[in-house]
Design a protein around this ligand. Structure first.
Ligand SMILES: [Ca+2]
Length: 384
């Protein structure tokens, strides 16, 4: 057994030592790559997610990169900038994003008096195209940036368990079934349209938005006629809207939020439920909101338990009444038995006890003994 342990431990120790010295010998494996940017949007350098050594920038100089982003992906760039000098109170830097038409999407500026100025910029790509190029501009806004690091990432923020962003119009609405989902909006991805096959009757859409969001919900029928619309009165408000569907078919749910209603750079998450109003999936919370299907599914179970409890209570009361009646009956019977015995005994053997008084009890007069009957009887006895 000891030999076996040695067989395992020894090669492992060799591997660990080799890995340690390998890192020392070849340190470039743990260093970030250099990201040399272009000097304009037109000459932007293609880049992919990862950590990079960013550019050194002269006063108001900029470096440009471009990256491919799929619909529903959130682009995030974190830049850490070291100023050339801190003599003037620190450094200022900006990170800006542009779309394929060079339209500015995000402008994030930070001024820091400490040694490192950190700037974070994010945006959520919409489904206006399935895949598109975003441009990244890194600038110095003060007296020069000696060095920088860039951390670039893409995160999937897909809607309703899909692999993309829900459509920006009814024509490109994302098909979903009745149920509960999560979605994302931002100042770039301002609209999520969903299509759902619904029966005639009431259809409800409830939403639980991120705390800063004040979204709007609209429901359109299959003829694209607006049936119902509701918006959050306060940021983060949970609410629902219900529409009466005249005929079965595909209806459309539109959820909107933009920079005027709380959705800015990053992806703002919301949870929403689409359900037939008479479905067990919905419970009104009394303030216009709805709870999720998880809690509603427990509702019938709760009612069943309540009914069972009620039957148990009724049965217990009936049993208790029966027991009480038996006890009362038994108690009365016990009381009645001695009384009957005394009265019968009194009528046959014991005279009633006179109440205690000071007067001596006068004995009842004894009737005079008569021997006549006996003599008559003896006379009537037959002689032997
Ligand atoms: Ca979306």
């Amino acid at each position: 057994m000891k030999a076996c342990i040695k067989c395992i431990v020894k090669p492992l120790a060799i591997l660990v030592v080799a890995a340690f010295f390998g890192c020392l010998i070849n340190p470039t494996k743990v260093q970030a790559a250099d990201a040399v940017g272009g000097d304009s949007l037109g000459t932007a350098v293609q880049i992919t997610p990862g950590q990079y050594n960013g550019p050194a920038l002269e006063f108001e100089q900029a470096a440009y990169y471009k990256i491919t982003v799929n619909a529903g992906q959130e682009l995030k760039v974190v830049g850490s900038f070291i100023p050339m000098t801190t003599s003037y109170g620190g450094t200022s830097n900006s990170i800006r994003f542009y779309d394929e038409n060079y339209v500015q999407l995000v402008d994030q500026y930070e001024n820091s008096s400490v040694a490192v100025n950190v700037v974070t910029a994010t945006t959520l790509a919409s489904s206006v195209k399935s895949s598109q190029t975003y441009y990244i501009e890194i600038t110095d806004e003060s007296w020069g940036t000696a060095s920088s690091t860039l951390d670039i990432s893409l995160t999937d923020r897909f809607d309703a368990n899909s692999t993309t962003d829900a459509g920006q119009t009814i024509d490109t609405a994302l098909p979903i079934a009745l149920g509960e989902y999560n979605g994302y909006l931002s100042q770039v991805d301002t609209d999520d349209y969903y299509s759902v096959s619904a029966a005639a009757g009431q259809l409800s859409v409830s939403i639980t938005p991120y705390v800063d969001m004040s979204p709007t919900i609209e429901i359109y029928d299959q003829d694209r006629t607006l049936l119902a619309s509701q918006w959050a009165q306060n940021a983060g408000e949970i609410f629902q809207v219900t529409a009466n569907i005249q005929k079965a078919g595909n209806v459309y749910v539109h959820i909107n939020c933009d920079m005027n209603t709380g959705c800015v750079d990053e992806a703002y998450e919301y949870a929403f439920t689409v359900a037939a109003a008479n479905s067990e999936n919905l419970i009104s919370t009394g303030n216009g909101g709805t709870t999720s299907s998880t809690s509603t599914t427990t509702q019938p179970v709760t009612e069943s338990k309540s009914t069972n409890y009620l039957w148990w209570i009724i049965a217990a009361v009936v049993v208790a009444v029966i027991v009480v009646l038996i006890i009362i009956f038994a108690s009365r019977r016990k009381k009645s038995q001695p009384t009957t015995a005394t009265s019968s005994a009194a009528s046959t053997t014991t005279p009633p006890v006179a109440p205690s008084t000071d007067r001596p009890v006068t004995p009842a007069p004894t009737p005079p003994a008569s021997s006549e009957p006996e003599s008559k009887q003896s006379d009537k006895q037959p002689r032997a």
